[in-house]
Design a protein around this ligand. Structure first.
Ligand code: B12
Ligand code: SF4
Length: 571
């Protein structure tokens, strides 16, 4: 087995979630992860692939997924056995604030001579606090393009050089002073990265004889969903998004969207289809690539004849012509759009300025094609949104179901949770938009994550909905929407029944926790609820089933993957 130069670790949201009484709410029901957020950032794969081009060996270890898959998996024993001069941990999503830092501490304990580097959006935001409060962390690489700085850092660490010249790096000198190198590396073009990064992950499975640590999610072998990233940054300014244009400008150093070329996107899709028949999500509205690029992408996709289920998202309504083009390029495509609310004024305020009429025209257009499914997402926790506004959104869902009696229409609602994103316009100006922040610093978020349910973890409340109300209204809205879907035969009676049971149980347990939990006493007063909570956590939300596609039997192309891995491991 090869010795790694760099080990990239993805931590669970909280260490050790397996031992603590956590009631999982609907905070990750609409993404492929569990509430432990075991999916690692795609960037780990692109960093690994990039440094390998320069002769280094990199290994990805999804600790979160290993812990989820095996209750007896011994984290300490596993970490102690790893060896590398440099360990990277993603603190990209803030939901990992507790877990990422705890894992960094353990790594430093077991490997005092190795260095630890953090990166990702949340590290870029909290880099000062990370370095001043956490001696176990040696470096932070800021920004959305860490491949080149990481390669330079590996060179420095392995060569024992001082890293003064590495762009975007924040580090501690021998006197313990924090040094911020200039944040100058923000490439406009990103086609240099993400070259066959997925097949490189497949290759590393063979190199380290460790499939388990590389899987992106707990269920990946049975539901191998993957994603293709179209860009870095964003042109839009959604109020609550920490990846908006303004947030990128202020905290990620990016002034301009960097797009990937159509050729690279098709090459990714090709690579993925060589090892799996699972669904592929194309992340980002392809129209953001510019009309000419979007057209080239779609025509190349059409020629590629890839058979995987493709899923596209649009940030705003689109024309019938656009959907017809998708239909030609990706027959049986799936589409998603997030109007977030029925209320046009609120929608405008959160940065999505389109009317219900435009939305409905788009729905009609998508459904006039051979699309396989259209997912529409609504959100709870928006400015100006009170409990009755949330229920009016559900009424609007009833109206849509009535207007478009089509089984391909899937409607979802969920809370903005657990965090209002740091760096978002709303987080930076909470009062202006009617938000009250309940956590500001990284440490406050780390503590919030230790709350036994999302009613304690939410980092905000609004002028219109307090924290408990947000929780109760969310469950009520999900309950009503499920009832509507069941009535229209959009979900099966069995799924609806489980959902109903799940919500009743959640409300009961939330109440018990509200009465019994006192952060100052630790978990002692609620430990007797753990068994019941664990039982509840095993009930699957109906949304997770609704979002899954039925897949072919040979969803993983084992032989192809092996062939590919053998071929590339010779290189
Ligand atoms: C794509 C995306 C997703 C995909 C992720 C696919 C994947 N596996 O990466 C999906 C849809 C699954 C997703 C889910 C979620 N997302 Co999201 N997502 C995005 C989005 C739109 C683009 C990010 C992106 O892919 N960038 C490009 C790729 C190549 O870069 P990357 O993976 O980020 O990696 C680069 C850098 O971040 C950095 N880096 C990353 N890790 C590391 C580690 C080290 C050691 C170093 C040095 C560097 C480094 O270097 C990498 C390469 O150069 C952003 C919005 C935006 N405009 O940025 C939101 C965003 C990142 N997501 C966000 C959130 C909140 C979530 C969820 C928590 C939502 C939820 N409650 O379910 C979940 C978490 C899922 C999980 N972990 O299980 C917030 C994060 C805010 C914050 N500070 O926490 C953002 C900013 C906006 C938003 N609200 O959607 N998301
Ligand atoms: S939520 Fe809005 S601002 Fe954030 S990435 Fe999506 S389109 Fe861009």
């Amino acid at each position: 087995m090869s010795q790694a130069d760099l080990i990239l670790i993805h931590a669970p949201n909280v260490y050790d979630f397996r031992k603590l009484p956590f009631l999982y709410g609907p905070i990750s029901d609409l993404v492929p992860s569990t509430p432990v957020f075991e999916m690692y950032p795609i960037g780990l794969a692109s960093i690994a692939e990039y440094v390998e081009r320069f002769g280094y060996h990199a290994r990805i270890v999804n600790l979160a997924s290993r812990m989820l898959r095996d209750n007896d998996f011994d984290v300490d024993k596993f970490l102690a056995r790893l060896e590398a001069p440099l360990f990277g941990i993603d603190l990209h999503w803030l939901v990992h604030a507790q877990g990422a830092i705890e894992i960094a501490k353990r790594i430093k304990d077991y490997h005092p001579n190795s260095k630890v580097v953090l990166g990702g959006i949340s590290s870029s935001y909290y880099y000062r606090e990370i370095l001043s409060e956490h001696a176990e962390i040696d470096y932070v690489i800021r920004g959305d393009s860490s491949e080149e700085p990481m390669k330079q850092l590996l060179e420095a660490v392995k060569g024992g050089a001082t890293p003064d010249d590495i762009p975007n790096l924040v580090w501690r000198d021998s006197q313990g002073n924090i040094k911020e190198n200039p944040f100058t590396y923000v490439p406009d073009t990103i086609d240099d990265f993400m070259h066959h990064h997925y097949t490189n992950v497949v290759r590393s499975v063979l190199r380290y004889l460790d499939l388990s640590s590389t899987l992106p999610t707990r269920e990946w072998m049975s539901y191998p969903i993957t994603a293709v990233i179209t860009c870095r940054g964003c042109n839009h300014n959604c109020l609550t998004c920490g990846g908006s244009r303004t947030a990128y400008e202020q905290f990620m150093g990016r002034k301009k969207l960097a797009i990937r070329s159509p050729e690279m996107l098709v090459s990714d899709i090709h690579d993925i289809s060589s090892f799996t028949r699972g669904p592929i999500v194309v992340l980002g509205d392809v129209r953001e690539l510019g009309a000419a690029n979007a057209e080239t992408f779609l025509s190349q996709l059409e020629n590629s004849k890839v058979k995987n289920q493709l899923l596209f998202e649009i940030f705003r309504p689109a024309s019938k012509k656009f959907f017809q083009a998708l239909d030609r390029s990706a027959p049986g495509f799936c589409m998603e759009i997030s109007p977030e609310t029925h209320d046009e004024a609120i929608r405008k305020q959160i940065g999505r300025n389109y009317s219900n009429k435009e939305l409905e025209n788009s729905i009609a257009s998508v459904l006039s094609t051979n699309c396989r499914r259209l997912d529409i997402y609504f959100m709870i926790g928006l400015p100006g949104q009170d409990a009755s506004s949330v229920m009016e959104t559900i009424d609007y869902c009833a109206y849509l179901i009535d207007k478009f009696p089509d089984k391909r229409l899937s409607l979802f609602i969920g809370p903005l949770a657990p965090f209002l994103d740091p760096g978002s316009i709303a987080f930076e100006n909470p009062e202006k938009y009617g938000y009250k922040l309940l956590a500001h610093s990284l440490e406050e978020h780390r503590q919030a994550l230790l709350g036994p349910s999302w009613q304690f973890t939410l980092n905000y409340e609004t002028k219109w909905l307090g924290r408990r109300e947000l929780v109760n209204v969310s469950y009520e809205a999900i309950r009503r929407l499920t009832e509507l879907k069941a009535k229209a035969n959009l979900v099966s009676p069995e799924l609806a029944k489980t959902q109903e049971k799940r919500i009743d149980q959640a409300l009961f347990l939330e109440e018990k926790l509200a009465e019994g939990y006192n952060p100052n006493d630790g978990y002692e007063s609620i430990m007797d609820l753990k068994e019941e909570i664990d039982k509840f956590n095993r009930l699957e939300a109906s949304e997770r089933q609704e979002l899954k596609f039925r897949l072919p039997f040979n969803r993983i192309r084992f032989l192809n993957s092996l062939r590919q891995a053998m071929r590339s491991s010779r290189g």
